[in-house]
Design a protein around this ligand. Structure first.
Ligand code: ZN
Length: 199
């Protein structure tokens, strides 16, 4: 299962947070459909409401799932901000198998990654983690500042936030780094396919 929150804060339009993650998983759905791919596992996608109000949508969903339904979810992948304008490449480290699928993809593209800590436990994956479902995901950074070492390996501007428009009115379509969004979207499609149709 993969999910992204579709709502934004009232202060801004929420294009990076989280039009980016919502669009990335939607494009994955469309690609699977267009190509007529037949996954061996069921793929399930969710676009959550009210994440910004305290992950209400995903919590409601998980709370309503009977335990037999919960046990059918092998993994939940969360994508909340994957096109930050001054991007970093962060991978959730909650589950080793899921983390490896993403890390290996980025490594093969020559992009180094770091463990995600800025949003730890604050997005919709927390609802699934709470009931023992393995979670994974990607993140390109919010209000934290990119260090000199990070700018050296990832490009962009040191001393500046990953997303200067985080939760602000300037989080518009101009607030997206195309390379970051492109890499993350490809990594997401790869992960969903790798996990959905294991060879
Ligand atoms: Zn968000």
């Amino acid at each position: 299962m993969a999910g992204a929150h579709l709502d934004s804060v009232s202060a801004g339009p929420g294009i990076n947070d989280n039009g980016s993650g919502s669009a990335a998983i939607l494009e994955t759905v469309l690609a699977v459909s267009r190509e007529g791919l037949k996954p061996t596992q069921h793929l399930r996608f969710a676009w959550w409401g009210a994440e910004e109000l305290g992950i209400l949508g995903s919590r409601h969903y998980v709370n309503r799932l009977p335990s037999t339904e919960r046990s059918k979810i092998d993994a939940y992948l969360n994508f909340d901000m994957v096109g930050s304008p001054n991007p970093g490449y962060f991978v959730y480290d909650d589950d080793r198998r899921l983390e490896a699928v993403f890390k290996d993809w980025f490594a093969a593209k020559g992009v180094s990654t770091e463990i995600e800590t800025e949003g730890d436990g604050r997005s919709d994956h927390a609802s699934f983690q709470r009931v023992g479902i393995p979670v994974g995901g990607l993140f390109t950074g919010a209000g934290r500042t990119k260090t000199a070492a990070q700018a050296q390996k990832w490009g962009g501007t040191a001393g500046q936030a990953f997303d200067r428009c985080y939760h602000r009115s300037c989080d518009t379509t101009a607030n997206i780094n195309d390379t970051g969004l492109d890499r993350n979207s490809d990594a997401i499609a790869h992960a969903i396919w790798t996990l959905g149709a294991p060879s």
